[in-house]
Design a protein around this ligand. Structure first.
Ligand SMILES: Nc1nc2c(ncn2[C@@H]2O[C@H](COP(=O)(O)OP(=O)(O)OP(=O)(O)O)[C@@H](O)[C@H]2O)c(=O)[nH]1
Ligand SMILES: [Mg+2]
Length: 1104
């Protein structure tokens, strides 16, 4: 079936013509479950690599570090040809990484696909990332199929008997389906109603079918189930994985074999003379063959009757025999005989080979070739590129938070283009670029021949930048002249004017720096090419075509009225930072490590595009019209948390800057920023990701040695209820109080009464459940407060705002409009959140009774986990849940300023200027000075109100018991029982906490979940690997924030404490240490003494 496909590959155009025969899919799984090995087999089917190397070479892992570490670090695509009967298919296969650090790469892959192959290692079963990818497929609404991999290990390593092997596999399948059921049952906020309904229907039908089966079990006459057994009508194929449906493949990617139930059903139907459909439904499950009375019948109840199920007797026993003959008996004559039985002819050189595994691979691959089994499942069960539904198109064009009909009509019409998937000349061009990646120039197939397109690309590129460079030089020359001209006017001063010389030098240096930066980028682009990883949804794309490149924040409603004949003028383009015009240079078919040039890419296919690197950062939408909305943002599963500063030699700084820009452009997850302190900081998802970024910077993007600082780990500052016991576990009362709370007011209220008015407020710890909710729904809060605005506009707000020189003044009308544009899903989510918050507040005690309606703002950034409550009797403003309305109160004019103060206070707390978390500021009274109310003439400035609120809130915070919060990783490790103890040691040493540790049923491996403070996690993976002889690979993902229950201000004071801890507090105050290290890094004052024992020093010097 697969033979001769190599030729078809080169004829990609013929394959692309029919989008109904294109499948775009990705392979997803937990780390090391065998994705790349499976991809190898599929690639080998097209002759890109030899079958002998499939499962070993890991062709898609093209980077050096991927090969060295043995893990995939990026998603990459290979286009394959496959034919079944007369139909020819183009399969665009994307291999994705399984390591959590690269989960954003998985997101970029999923977005371009309509289906996915989920791989599960049958030894390890469903692991943390398996669940994540299943959820991702569910959320993105793409169809999954399943490959149960590494079955050879069940046979060879665990040495399970065939029947146990069957039960083990059945259990793993059950685990996967149980999780699918769980996904279906949990109502994730934002999930579309249609999706839920569709799945509910499937679930109902499944239950019905189960009932039917169990009913049939009770009826003895129904035990023989050749004929009508009532399952036919059930279609739950899109919810569960069931071998009889054909969406499950049993495989060993390493040994190159794999099969679906249908394959054996066909074989045995002929051999045993049975009905193929019946065999298809009974080869998996509790069925056995009974040959009572000479007639062979398939019966139910194998388990009860202690019979071998069909899967064991017809399939597994044969497989075991093959493994036994090749691996244990090593008898060539018997092997040849067995091969004959299986209908396989082994070449002589294979029979003579001493490499037993190669022999096994050859035999199994010929008997049960993996690639056709998987590809057949793919074309039958995964949707084609032309089957995008209106709902899915809507989801791609418009985020769930916005109403689709709030888009301009012309934009809404484009929804049809997705459904049509037409490549006609008139069809609008719609392309999505999910990431941009760097490829060495030598990997372009057209670079290898002379006068090729790629070269042309390069020439055009460099000529443009030559022009730009010339322009820059001219600018520099003019500046220099201007400077000299000035000094000409005052000749006498020319040399004496040091200032002038200095300015000139600085200007030149600046220019030269930028120049060098550009040159560096240019040099790099001579060796490497940026390729946009894209899918054409509608229209056809050709090299040389001019297109609109729309940034992720592009909103067509903002430009719709400017359009002149459907286009934007150059002037308008200059003003709009989200729309660019770019020219496509080359279009390529992606072939794993190589790229093959195309003359045209039609709708439905996944391609690489060159020439747009100046317009695209991370992702973009490409279209022939600017009314196309930007595609919705990719779902990210991991929060980048590991932050480091990067340094280079002064002379290398331009290179470093250029390199960082390229890194930021090409990595979907990394965040690059320039701190106020002048440091370049990069934020990565974890240690492995960091290492990859640094390697890329050093070897590809910057090409200079780069130094990396110690990780900058974020903290949060919070307050807690007054503790009841001290560090010696004794009740705190009276004198024994060891906290900094001052007691004039038991609640710690702060009152300010000055020239800008009176303010009375206090801070209180938010109930934990409320903080959790706020943290969880950060994005939703962002939408509520920033877009739909809780902004209150006073009648005279504009005049006051203007007189204050305030920019971005709240605009009641636009706020109301934004509120109207919120989609039903968002409104529903908002009311749900409000309900949950109300419940959480009410459960926390009577003092929070009405809190949810008093919420004024969230902070920092309007969406953080801190709350500002309005309990001012005289100021009745609508809460954030209500519609923005104008209210008549003098305070309304300063409302936003007050909130800004709150945002600033919560963005940097007093302990070490880190953001606050879980703090509630209750404003009990606020009034302006009397004369301010009478007349606006003596206006109080916005700045005064901001400082008033910021400083007072900070003071209120300081009056409570302050604590530091640490970021925690959740760490999932699976290891064998021999090294579990060693693993616990390493976790314990780093202040980690084991949450759960279970032995996986049917194996000796343990699945352990632990929490580990991020600050203690450096080098953790290495240490763990070393102490467990390379067995344990931790998967660290940011999990949550946890209060460090140590008072940072604590020092031993009472006699007992002094006796217990010693005067210098023998064991260090860990919270204080953390705070001091942060303060030192930020250049803030600490109370550490530089000289601890001055006398000793003196004695030392005397003794000299
Ligand atoms: N015994 C056995 N080993 C396998 C099989 N499939 C893969 N492996 C091995 O498992 C390891 C991981 O395989 P990969 O294909 O790199 O796994 P992956 O899922 O691509 O890993 P990441 O991309 O890093 O997440 C390699 O050592 C493979 O040789 C299999 O079917 N049987
Ligand atoms: Mg891989």
């Amino acid at each position: 079936m697969v033979a001769g496909q190599q030729d078809q590959r080169s004829n990609a155009y013929a394959l692309m013509e029919n989008p109904h025969n294109i499948r775009n899919l990705c392979i997803m799984a937990h780390v090391d479950h065998g994705k790349t090995s499976l991809a190898d087999n599929l690639v080998a089917s097209n002759g890109l690599i030899s079958q002998r190397l499939a499962g070993r070479i890991r062709y898609m892992d093209s980077r050096k570090d991927e090969a060295e570490r043995g893990i995939t670090m990026k998603s990459s695509c290979v286009s394959l040809a496959y034919s079944k009967g007369d139909e020819k298919y183009l399969i665009n296969l994307i291999d994705s990484p399984g390591h959590v650090d690269f989960s954003s790469e998985v997101s970029t892959a999923v977005r371009l696909c309509d289906g996915t192959i989920i791989v599960v290692d049958v030894i390890e079963g469903v692991c943390a990332q398996t669940k994540v990818v299943l959820q991702q497929a569910w959320v993105e609404n793409i169809q999954p199929v399943l490959v149960l991999n590494k079955i050879d290990r069940l046979i060879l390593e665990t040495k399970l008997s065939p029947i146990d092997c069957y039960y083990h596999i059945a259990q793993v399948l059950e685990q996967v389906n149980a999780y699918m059921g769980e996904l279906f049952n949990t109502t994730v906020l934002g999930k579309t109603a249609e999706g839920v309904e569709r799945r509910q229907q499937a679930e109902r039908e499944r239950r019905l079918s189960e009932r039917k089966i169990s009913e049939s079990e009770t009826a003895p006459e129904a035990k023989q189930i050749f004929s009508d057994w009532g399952i036919d009508q059930v279609d739950d194929s899109d919810l569960y994985f069931t071998p009889e449906q054909g969406n499950v493949i049993f495989a060993s990617a390493y040994d190159g074999w794999g099969f679906s139930i249908a394959h054996f059903a066909e074989q045995f139907a002929n051999k045993l003379g049975m009905n193929r459909t019946v065999l298809n439904k009974t080869l998996w499950g509790d069925y056995y063959i009974s040959s009572k009375g000479g007639e062979k019948k398939i019966m139910r109840g194998a388990r009860d009757k202690r019979k071998n199920p069909l899967f064991v007797s017809l399939i597994l026993e044969n497989l075991y025999k093959v493994y036994d003959t090749v691996m244990s008996k090593k008898d060539n004559i018997e092997l040849e005989k067995l091969a004959g039985c299986l209908g396989v002819k082994l070449p002589v050189h294979v029979l003579k080979s001493t490499d037993i595994r190669a022999k096994l691979n050859m035999l199994c691959n010929k008997w049960l070739p993996l690639a056709p089994a998987v590809l057949e499942m793919v074309v039958e069960h995964l949707p084609s590129a032309a089957s995008i539904s209106k709902e899915r198109a809507m989801k791609l064009m418009c985020s769930a938070t916005q109403r689709f009909d709030s888009l301009p009509e012309k934009s809404q019409e484009l929804q049809n283009a997705f459904v049509k998937c037409s490549s006609d000349e008139n069809a609008p061009l719609i392309v999505y670029v999910s990431k941009i990646f760097c490829v060495p120039r030598k990997h372009f197939q057209d670079e290898k021949s002379e006068g090729n397109k790629g070269f042309h690309v390069q020439n055009v590129k460099s000529s443009i930048s030559e022009e730009e460079m010339a322009k820059r030089r001219e600018e520099a020359r003019r500046m220099k002249e201007a400077a000299t001209g000035n000094s000409d006017d005052s000749k006498g001063k020319e040399l004496s004017s040091e200032e002038m010389a200095e300015i000139m030098r600085q200007q030149q240096e600046k220019l030269a720096d930028k120049e060098r930066e550009r040159e560096e980028k240019q040099k790099l682009l001579e060796e490497e090419v940026f390729v946009a990883f894209a899918r054409v949804y509608s229209g056809a794309l050709k090299p040389g075509q001019k297109v609109y490149v729309l940034g992720p924040k592009h909103d067509p409603s903002k430009i719709i009225n400017m359009l002149d004949n459907g286009e934007l003028t150059e002037e308008q383009l200059k003003d709009n930072i989200h729309v660019h015009i770019g020219q496509v240079k080359g279009i390529y078919l992606l072939l794993g490590r190589e790229l093959e040039p195309l003359e045209c890419a039609t709708a439905g296919t996944v391609i690489g595009i060159t020439g747009l690197e100046d317009q695209i950062i991370k992702s973009a939408t490409i279209s022939s019209t600017p009314v196309m909305p930007a595609f919705t943002e990719l779902t990210q599963n991991a929060t980048p948390i590991l932050r480091v500063a990067v340094l280079a030699n002064v002379k290398d700084l331009p290179k470093l800057r250029a390199g960082l820009k390229l890194l930021n452009q090409a990595d979907p997850c990394v965040q690059v920023s320039l701190q106020r302190s002048g440091e370049y900081v990069i934020v990565t998802a974890g240690e492995v990701h960091l290492q990859r970024c640094i390697d890329d910077l050093q070897e590809r993007y910057a090409g200079v040695p780069v130094q990396v600082s110690d990780p900058i780990v974020p903290f949060r500052e919070t307050i807690i209820e007054k503790p009841k016991v001290d560090r010696l576990n004794e009740a705190i009362e009276g004198e024994n109080v060891n906290t900094k709370v001052e007691d004039e007011d038991p609640l710690g209220r702060v009152e300010i009464n000055g020239s800008v008015g009176r303010l009375l407020c206090r801070a209180a710890p938010l109930p934990e459940s409320v903080t959790k909710l706020l943290d969880q729904y950060k994005d939703l809060l962002h939408l509520i407060t920033n877009k739909a605005g809780s902004v209150v506009a006073g009648e005279n707000i504009e005049t006051v705002a203007e007189s204050n020189g305030m920019e971005g003044k709240p605009d009641l009308e636009s706020t109301q409009k934004a509120q109207e544009n919120l989609s039903n899903v968002t409104l529903k989510a908002m009311s749900e959140l409000r309900f949950q918050l109300d419940k959480a507040f009410k459960e926390a005690g009577s003092e929070w009774e009405n809190a949810v309606n008093e919420i004024w703002s969230f902070g920092p950034d309007g969406c953080g986990p801190n709350v500002l409550l309005n309990r001012i009797g005289a100021y009745k403003r609508p809460s954030i849940w209500d519609k923005a309305t104008a209210i008549d109160s003098p305070l309304a004019a300063y409302d936003t300023n007050f909130v800004t103060g709150f945002q600033l206070a919560t963005a940097a707390g007093p302990l070490c200027e880190e953001p606050m978390m879980g703090v509630c500021f209750i404003i009990e009274d606020w009034s302006l000075p009397q004369k301010e109310c009478d007349t606006k003439q003596f206006g109080i400035s916005a700045g005064q109100i901001i400082s008033l609120s910021k400083d007072t809130l900070r003071k209120a915070f300081e009056k409570q018991c302050q604590r530091l919060m640490c970021a925690m990783y959740s760490c999932v490790i699976s290891v064998t029982s021999e090294v579990v103890g060693k693993m616990y040691n390493v976790i314990g040493k780093r202040q980690g906490r084991i949450v759960s540790g279970d032995i996986t049923e049917g194996s000796t491996s343990w699945n352990v979940t632990a929490y580990l403070p991020v600050i203690e996690s450096m080098n953790f993976a290495n240490e763990l690997r070393k102490s467990t002889s390379g067995e344990a690979i931790p998967q660290l993902v940011f999990s949550h924030w946890e209060v460090l229950d140590v008072d940072p201000a604590w020092e031993p004071q009472t006699t007992e404490e002094l006796a217990h801890w010693g005067e210098k507090s023998d064991s260090e105050n860990i919270a204080k240490n953390y705070i001091n290290s942060v303060r030192k890094r930020k250049g803030l004052a600490t109370d550490e003494k530089i000289i601890e024992y001055a006398e000793k020093q003196r004695t030392l010097s005397k003794n000299k």
